[in-house]
Design a protein around this ligand. Sequence first.
Ligand code: ATP
Length: 370
Amino acid sequence: MAELTLDGVTKVFTEDDGNEITAVDEVSVDIEDGEFLVLVGPSGCGKSTTLRMIAGLETITSGEIRLAGQRINEKPPAERDIAMVFQSYALYPHMTVRENMSFGLEESTDMAEAEIDETVEDTAELMEIEELLDRKPSELSGGQQQRVALGRAIVRAPEAFLMDEPLSNLDAKLRATMRTELQRIQNDLDVTTVYVTHDQTEAMTMGDRIAILDDGILQQVGTPLECYHTPNNRFVAGFIGDPSMNFFEMAVDDDTLVIDRFEYPLKPAQQEAVAGRSHVDFGIRPEDIRIKDPGGLSDNYQFEVTVDVVEPRGDENTIHLTFDRSVDDPVTFTATVSGLRDVSAGDEVIATFPPDSIHLFDTDTGVAVH
Ligand code: ATP
């Protein structure tokens, strides 16, 4: 177990034509001893490259990686005491589960055979794969192979685990089970873990903290709730949350934000945040919008909208709404409502939201201003 530190870590790839790609740009993060950090971001944002630099599978262009306070930039992968689990499992097909799990111990430790057997059996019990020890990988289901791959990483009792989309080959149900399982195991073992995924739901449900990358640049590191409630910028705000936050560029008119006929009266702290700006990006999460029937009790702040599409999502529906259909390019947005609510396409309804649920961002830089 150990603290893992990335200090200004940068990776520049040079392509055959001499073109340079900065895949990871000055990433700094302290991962605490025993912490489960999820590295999340869209395809190509530099997640795998970051993980591969930690593992020693990729050189570091600049910056430093420290494990338990020791610089490991130049250490060969085998000497790093870090175990990596890949999406593809990478099990040896000709070996049994027992052999797959004991192989690393035979190669890298001077444990006696009996001790190796005992360690493998203890780990197999933890992973609930005792029954599978004498099978070959081809005789296992995807989920079982995944568990063996994790078991093989765990058996070495490394200082840190790195996992690159380890659940992406599993079906949705098994993925959900394995998420919980992985968290249980990580909790039991208390090993510093960096887990890569492009799936924000996985990040939100699994991470002690999440680190959000975009275009090689770290956008925010925080607990899932911090990133959800107080995103640093528009990218994080849009990436975290499903369905995504609604954004509108609005004109600032003293104490009011305006788009078409839609006017939003700013609270004093919000007025202060937009002072001196002509425009601001307004963000509101679909789950913060409430829908009412016309003629109901009046809220402080409400507006009429038309339902375009109702998209069922189990116990909830995502509804797509249009604010003012009379204009050429009307404002559209989404809201999440209970599946029990009876709304259909074409309905005229009233939308409202609590004023403290809105987010405001600088139109040019995307940085959160409120
Ligand atoms: P994904 O979720 O699709 O796996 P990622 O976030 O893991 O993506 P990386 O694989 O780290 O992204 O890639 C980051 C960037 O670096 C991409 O633009 C990619 O094309 C580029 N890249 C990765 N490996 C190389 C390489 N060996 N040579 C040149 N460019 C590379």
